[in-house]
Design a protein around this ligand. Structure first.
Ligand SMILES: [Zn+2]
Length: 279
């Protein structure tokens, strides 16, 4: 089933689990994500960043994901991750993305609010889910890099009410990329924001966050958890291992190995999110 992300995430929030959102960089990763979701009977979101969209072509991404989703019995959504351009958000929507993130987190508060509201007003009539970010998740997500600025609770309330956004990414101490040590998460902040914001909350920078911290974040209100870095690393590591054998010349050999590695990792993260058998 090819669906919008809104319904599956609302259901997750009500059920006390989260929908895992996995970044795909190519067809094999998209296949791996859907195969893992099918095996675990879990709802799933496949997402692509703006640079990946440019590499992959948005209509081709949609065609591949829609084809995979139409053959799957679990709900699959296609989401645009971290897009800082209003125009690029519109390109993705026209290409058939069912969910988009407009990331105005580096803009002044009022500007982020104004542009997010504009994206919501444009996307909603088309049935497209909109995620926004307030505060700033640190680290590097493709071409978006930033210092971590924790989300302010009062601003979150005002922002969610005035924009009517479907999903809100908040900064609570996670970062994009790999962590040097164990991340220190501000769990109290998740709870405080959950209490004043009706929209489901999104945890970015899920790669490397220990299982217990992911589970605690979900119990306090996170309903979508993003994984990108670990998937990329697993795919690349698998390719490298196969290519140590210099007689290998068939891309199916090493890309197939990447697909298996990504699927195994997705299955682990599905269990972190508690979404097994929730499709
Ligand atoms: Zn992110």
């Amino acid at each position: 089933m090819f669906v919008s992300s809104k319904e599956m995430i609302r259901k997750a929030k009500a059920g006390g689990y989260a929908v895992p959102a996995f970044n795909a960089e190519n067809m094999e990763m998209a296949q791996a994500i859907v195969a893992a979701a099918e095996e675990a009977n879990s709802p799933v979101i496949i997402q692509t960043t703006s640079p990946t969209v440019k590499y992959f072509v948005p209509t081709m991404t949609r065609a591949i994901v829609e084809e995979l989703a139409s053959k799957a019995k679990v709900p699959v959504a296609l989401h645009l991750d971290h897009c800082t351009s209003f125009d690029d958000v519109m390109v993705a929507i026209r290409a058939g993305y069912t969910s988009v993130m407009f990331d105005g987190s580096k803009l002044p508060f009022e500007e982020n609010l104004r542009l997010t509201k504009q994206v919501v007003e444009t996307a909603r009539p088309m049935g497209v889910t909109v995620e926004a970010e307030l505060g700033c998740v640190g680290g590097k997500e493709d071409n978006v890099s930033s210092e971590d600025i924790y989300t302010n609770v009062d601003e979150a309330k005002q922002f969610a009410e005035e924009t009517g956004v479907d999903l809100l990414a908040i900064a609570i101490g996670t970062a994009h990329g790999f962590y040097k040590g164990e991340p220190k998460l501000d769990f109290d902040r998740i709870e405080a924001i959950r209490d004043v914001v009706e929209a489901p909350l999104v945890l970015h920078g899920g790669s490397g966050v220990p299982e217990a911290s992911v589970k605690k974040s979900i119990s306090l209100g996170m309903a979508k958890v993003n994984y990108a870095t670990e998937l990329r690393a697993a795919a690349t590591k698998a390719v490298r291992a196969v290519l140590t054998d210099e007689s290998v010349i068939d891309p199916k050999k090493y890309m197939g190995a990447a697909r298996e590695a990504v699927k195994a990792l997705c299955l682990e993260k599905i269990d972190f999110c508690g979404s097994r058998d929730k499709a």
